[in-house]
Design a protein around this ligand. Structure first.
Ligand code: ZN
Length: 216
């Protein structure tokens, strides 16, 4: 037990939740939480995120140097650190490869946020970033132009990253974006996808902004 045992356990639960919902497979995905101004807890590299143990988490400083942990930090650590550096409001990041959202990313198709009210209220616009090889600094670079204006990022030919004010919000956004992608995939086969009216999107966006859910 250490002072972060609650957060370690929360990350374990989120890993199990992602695996149970088939949003990851093998050793896919990574989860992180900002502990303090300088310290971040992140999942280890190469482990199945549905089978993590609390003490396998790695604590790093904001430059990525390991402070605590037996295992190596996630290979996508640079992506997580770049988000925390740019967004003081973000306290958790979840990255996985959910099949429907990733299918949009593979097809190079934008995932419209203005079709389902809950996506407008809880997530906001969804960025489609340029392809960058997983595990390289180029992933962080590909987020740069979007990071301040979005809470969800489709990483082209790769997967999905969502951020939040805590782990639950980041994880909920992950599930909401995947659910939205699933529904849009089904709706596409039935006919044309109808977006909400612009006034309704504005009204719902106002609710998101008033709830303090950046970006405005
Ligand atoms: Zn990935």
């Amino acid at each position: 037990m250490d002072s972060y045992s609650t957060i370690r356990n929360e990350i374990v639960k989120v890993g199990r939740r992602l695996a149970a919902r088939e949003l990851i497979s093998g050793s896919d995905g990574n989860i992180s939480v900002r502990l303090t101004e300088d310290h971040i807890m992140v999942t280890p590299s190469g482990r199945n995120k549905g089978l993590l143990e609390p003490l396998e988490m790695v604590i790093v400083d904001r430059e990525g140097s390991k402070i605590k942990g037996e295992l190596e930090a996630s290979s996508e650590l640079a992506m997580h650190l770049s988000v925390y550096e740019a967004r003081p409001d973000v306290r958790a990041c979840v990255h996985a490869h959910p099949p429907y959202a990733t299918a949009f990313a593979v097809a190079g198709r934008e995932l419209p946020f203005d079709v389902l009210p809950e996506v407008v209220v809880t997530v906001g616009p969804i960025a489609l970033t340029e392809y960058a090889p997983p595990g390289t600094a180029a992933v962080a670079k590909s987020l740069e132009v979007y990071v301040n204006e979005h809470n969800a990022f489709l990483l082209q030919n790769h997967g999905l990253l969502t951020v939040g004010c805590d782990l639950e919000e980041a994880c909920n956004r992950h599930e909401t974006v995947e659910h939205c992608a699933h529904i849009l995939h089904l709706a596409d086969q039935l006919g044309e996808i109808t977006s909400l009216q612009a006034e309704e999107v504005a009204r719902l966006s106002k609710i998101r902004n008033e709830a303090g859910k950046r970006p405005s």
